[in-house]
Ligand binder design. Structure first.
Ligand SMILES: [Zn+2]
Ligand SMILES: [Zn+2]
Length: 556
């Protein structure tokens, strides 16, 4: 179905990304003929195609309705909420609403693609009210693993919905106002039709913990280090950078930053008035001039990213920073699923250099998650008392578990958010009313391509099976007039006298004989028949299904 035009008494919800995966959040609310988008993010990698680095929601189902979109509201500056704006805005062309920090992060991205003058960015304040088309929105402060996280209380003629964004309950978040408990508790009297809620950590018991909790353990670990200390964390976690910098100062260590994205985020945070009470950070090139026990380095690359700063340090090819026996690397971060192998490869290299590696565990609280665990979810249900819980921001297993958990906690109704499934929240009981096309767009060089693109399939096939290209020159009787030209790349190892190109050549020479003097046969038919026969023969010989192209050139 196409995106409908909701009536004044209708309130609709449609996720096109983030409900069925962690990443690429994209949510729509509809009322009075208009739509509001909440968040527009990317995801990294793809479960099917290993060549994919960045993907985002395919918004084909709403492109024709762009004129009915009142605006795009960004809840915070994490990539899974903001990272697709500079790719997708040309198809949306609507005003954008963001807090100062998110607006600054976005502006830099828009500059990279020359869109900064075209996109209207409206700066919003935490705990304030704005109107976007028919949507009266209250921005309510939350806590999370980035500064200025916000939720949105969206009021319409048809009713009110509470969109949590990413959140946790941290009563001492170190930076920012934290979760606005007073206002959230009032919502129980405001007839909230639905709470659209973060499901990331629904499988985690207890609470996520406070930023305050990591200060003591990190201080104790760093205090006992005699040599150089590198702490790796996410560049966007400005609060953690602040925590670490203060610990460094308290222990008499200067604080250096390593990694482009770390410098970028810190610069943006300072522009927005954060981190101003810290001494200047030491630049990458000056770190080597400071005694090893007098510096604390905060570094990007905790996920073992190939070009990440920490990986380059571990490989010994970072221009300014080296690491050696007796130094310590602390991972004040979590393992993002899918990165286990790259992280352990990097840690093996560090270990080989004699480096002490310290990771977050239950007994070593040096990182806290930014998402609510079970107790925090239950607390939020009891504050807001929504009629319906809609679980989003999670893989299917998280979303289904969230629905079950909410029902078990006396929330009267709970529905799983599903990409492409349109939910009518009012009038009447919330229910699915239709399916819209959804999918993934992949950043491929300079292009945005769909996940079903032939190019991706071919590349994947080549990656696992190699490719074979055969060019034949024949006369009009289909008799070869030159040796077949064969190029087999990545197909199979040459073992003793079994060379794949020779094998293919002799097969072709044999096979084409059956068409000799077949003037009545069309060239395409022969090409297709030979391709099929060659595919079978390669499969039988090498157990491979390469990308295969065969062309016949008839020379008169
Ligand atoms: Zn987030
Ligand atoms: Zn998120």
């Amino acid at each position: 179905m196409n995106l409908p035009k909701p009536k004044n008494d209708e309130l609709m919800f449609l996720p096109l990304g983030g409900s069925g995966e962690i990443g690429m959040n994209f949510n729509l609310y509809g009322n009075s003929g208009k739509w509001l988008i909440v968040d527009c993010g990317v995801t990294f990698g793809d479960p099917t195609y290993s060549s994919v680095d960045i993907a985002m929601p395919d918004i084909v189902s709403i492109e024709d309705s762009a004129k009915f979109i009142s605006g795009l509201l960004l809840t915070h500056a994490h990539e899974d909420h903001i990272g697709a704006v500079h790719h997708l805005w040309p198809y949306l062309r609507c005003p954008v609403y963001a807090t100062d920090f998110a607006a600054e992060v976005l502006t830099r991205k828009l500059k990279d693609v020359g869109l900064e003058k075209e996109v209207e960015i409206n700066r919003i304040k935490i705990n304030s009210k704005i109107k976007i088309g028919p949507f009266n929105i209250e921005i309510i402060s939350m806590s999370h693993s980035i500064i200025e996280p916000s939720s949105a209380l969206i009021k319409t003629e048809a009713g009110t919905v509470f969109h949590t964004g990413d959140w946790k309950i941290d009563y001492n978040p170190q930076i920012g106002e934290g979760v606005n408990k007073k206002r959230l508790k009032q919502l129980s009297n405001e007839n909230i039709l639905a709470m659209v809620c973060d499901s990331t950590n629904v499988l985690v018991e207890g609470r996520s913990g406070s930023e305050e909790d990591v200060i003591k353990p990190l201080t104790n670990i760093i205090k006992n280090c005699k040599e150089r200390v590198i702490v790796s964390t996410f560049a966007s976690n400005v609060t953690r950078v602040n925590t670490l910098a203060k610990i460094g100062v308290s222990l008499g260590r200067k604080v250096g930053l390593v990694g482009q994205s770390m410098w970028r985020m810190v610069e943006i945070a300072k522009t927005c008035g954060y981190l101003t009470d810290l001494p200047a950070f030491i630049s990458e090139k000056d770190i080597k001039n400071i005694d090893k026990d007098k510096i604390l380095i905060i570094c990007t690359g905790s996920q073992g990213e190939p070009r990440g700063a920490l990986n380059r340090i571990a490989n010994g090819n970072h221009r300014d920073i080296n690491i050696s026996n007796g130094d310590t690397v602390i991972f004040s971060s979590r393992v993002i699923p899918g990165n286990e192998v790259s992280i352990s490869n990097m840690q093996n290299k560090l270990s080989d250099l004699g480096v002490n590696i310290i990771e977050a565990t239950n007994d070593c609280l040096i990182h806290v998650s930014g998402h609510p665990a079970k107790e925090e979810l239950a607390q939020m249900y009891s504050w807001v008392k929504p009629h319906t819980l809609i679980a989003v921001h999670g893989e299917t297993r998280h979303i289904n578990a969230h629905v079950k958990y909410a029902l078990g906690q006396q929330v009267s109704n709970a529905i799983p958010g599903r990409n492409g499934s349109l939910i009518q929240l009012a009038p009447g009981d919330p229910r699915y009313i239709g399916e819209l096309e959804y999918g993934r767009l992949i950043v491929d060089g300079n292009d945005l391509i769909t996940r079903n693109s032939e190019v991706l399939k071919q590349r994947q096939k080549m990656m696992y099976n190699g490719s074979v290209h055969v060019v034949l020159f024949t006369d009009t009787d289909y008799s070869l007039i030159a040796e077949p030209n064969i190029m087999a790349v990545g197909l199979a190892e040459t073992i003793e006298d079994d060379n794949p190109e020779d094998f293919i050549k002799s097969f072709i020479k044999d096979d084409i004989k059956s068409y000799y003097k077949s003037k009545e046969l069309d060239k395409n038919y022969i090409q297709e028949s030979m391709t099929l026969a060659l595919k079978r023969s390669i499969k039988a010989q090498y157990m491979k299904k390469p990308l295969l192209k065969l062309e016949i050139n008839i020379l008169n």
